[in-house]
Every structure is written in C-alpha cells, then in structure tokens.
Design a protein around this ligand. Structure first.
Ligand code: PDD
Length: 285
C-alpha cells in the first residue's frame, strides 16, 4: 500500500486517504483503472496506459477529469513521494459521488481520482520466473466488454482465489467453445512445437494488454512467427511453452495447466528470451 496516496487533488498519508461512501466506484464498480510498472523510479509505457485509460473512460462515458499529461504528472509524483524504485503505480477513476441511483447522476459530478504506488521485489519476480507458474482453467463468466479496464472485477477475484486455493498463480478463463480468452489479470500465450508464438486476437473478450502490445513488437524484431488466434486448453497443454503477460508479471512462464505439465515442466527458451528482451522495447518516462 502507498504511504502517500493522491486523492482528488491532494497527496495524503494513507490513513487520511478516504473516499466518500457514496462514491459510485464503491457502490457500483462504476469506474476504470490502470496499473503501470515502475522501473528505476520511471513509468513503463505510460503513454500507452494513459491512451487505454482514455478509451475506457470514453466507452463508459465517464468525464476525463484532467488532461493525460496532468495525470502523468500525478503518477510520477505519487511514485516519487512513495520512493518507489521497482513496483507498480495504480490509477483509478470513478464516475464520482452521487446519491445512490443506478443511472448516471443527472447533475454533472466530478469524477473521483485516486493514485497509489507500491514497491515490489524484482528479485522475487525473477525467482518466480525462473521456476515458472501453474495456472488453472475456469469457465469464462465475465461480461462481453472486458476490453474496458473497469474496476468491476468480481469474476477475476474469484478465479484468482480458486487458483490460489489449488496452489496455482493464475486462472485462465475458457469460453463456451473451449478457447482460452485470458487470465484473471494477464494475457495468455503459447509457443507451438515449431516455434510459432500464439495469442488470442484483440476483441471485446480480452483486455488489450500493454505488455502484450509491446511484446508483439519484440516478436517482430526477433523475427519470430506470430499467430493471433484463439487456442484451446488441450492445445496449450500440449504446446512446447506457455506464458502470461501483464504489467506486474511481465513475461511469466507457465509450466503447468490444470494437472498437465507444459513441455518439460521448466520455463521454455522462447519465453525466457522474450522476458529478457522485453525491457529493451518498453518505453520509460
Ligand atoms: N492486470 N488481462 C487482464 C484481465 C488484466 O487485468 C491485465 C492486467 C492484463 C494485462 O494487461 P497489461 O499488460 O496492460 O498489464 C490482461 C493488471 C496488471 C492488474 O489488474 O493488476
């Protein structure tokens, strides 16, 4: 948790950083968010995160509270005040505070803006990546607009908890046709026996991950073959490699899917290479 949080224009000690009980984010999950990696105190791919934030706001018709350049200043300042070297910065914007009513407030309300930042252990992340993670699969039960990065994450919360309870780190949602959509907080990838890197195409059924987008550039630069298409659980279990991507996990090898070992049960060479190369392509500011 942040020691200092930005709340609606003020930087406050965490214990004083409160939002109103009638905030629509609290009552209806009526809000959007972004999570951005911090490296050497700098933001990783902030322009892309802010562009996605702007799109999420537009899709939900939430007023953009300030220009993106001003939001970026707040992100930097929150990182600086919390002395984050390696970690994450979290930005949340909700429709604001209004008397409880499902429909949008009639009078214009000011969106609520909260930014927090926390340190993480890079070494711990690297340790996990050396071993790889296990994932479980679970039926897709989210709404068909998960391309919007909304704070309405109950299915993701339950899926992640189910993964934890089964000794895994992530849960992959599987649609009614048997195809993997994405993880509860990451995008899903496999590498075929002949070295093709496969990830689902971007549509309303996955979040267009920023790590995913940057990795597509890495894949092109390394001249690896890419296929943007759905894959089944069985194809993933029989694949040479699997991995997930997100701002917090970067490129994280997957070595087990449900009860099946992927490849030889160790992180694959393509996944490891992509993880190593990733930050040469990421934008720092
Ligand atoms: N999660 N899919 C989902 C459902 C996610 O929540 C995330 C990110 C991703 C990957 O997106 P990106 O590469 O832009 O981080 C895909 C963030 C990190 C989170 O909720 O903590």
């Amino acid at each position: 948790m942040s020691r200092i949080a930005y709340v609606n224009g003020r930087y406050l000690p965490a214990r004083e950083a409160n939002v109103n009980v009638e905030d629509r984010g609290y009552q209806f999950a009526d809000g959007v968010y972004e999570v951005c990696e911090v490296r050497s105190g700098k933001l990783v791919d902030a322009p892309r995160h802010l562009a996605r934030l702007q799109r999420s706001l537009r899709e939900l018709r939430i007023t953009q509270p300030m220009p993106l350049t001003a939001l970026e200043v707040v992100l930097h300042e929150t990182v600086r005040r919390n002395r984050v070297d390696y970690g994450l910065v979290y930005l949340q914007i909700t429709r604001g505070v209004a008397r409880r009513d499902h429909a949008f407030p009639q009078a214009a309300v000011r969106p609520s803006v909260v930014v927090t930042a926390k340190n993480l252990s890079y070494d711990k992340n690297q340790e996990t990546a050396k071993k790889g993670i296990a994932v479980i699969t679970t039926p897709e039960n989210r709404w068909p607009r998960v391309d919007i990065k909304s704070v309405s994450l109950l299915p993701n919360v339950l899926a992640k908890q189910a993964a934890r309870e089964r000794g895994a780190n992530e849960a992959w949602f599987v649609d009614t046709d048997g195809f993997v959509t994405e993880g509860s907080s990451s995008n899903a990838w496999i590498v075929t026996a002949d070295g093709r890197v496969v990830t689902r195409m971007v549509d309303n059924h996955i979040l267009s991950g920023i790590t995913r987008a940057v990795l597509l550039e890495v894949i092109e630069a390394l001249q690896l073959r890419l296929e943007e298409r759905p894959f089944t659980v069985a194809e993933a279990q029989a694949a040479a490699e699997a991995f997930v991507t997100s701002a917090s996990q970067l490129v994280m090898p997957v070595v087990k899917i449900d009860e099946r070992t992927v490849g030889d049960g160790k992180p694959g060479s393509v996944s490891q290479r992509l993880r190593e190369e990733f930050h040469r392509f990421a934008h720092l500011s």
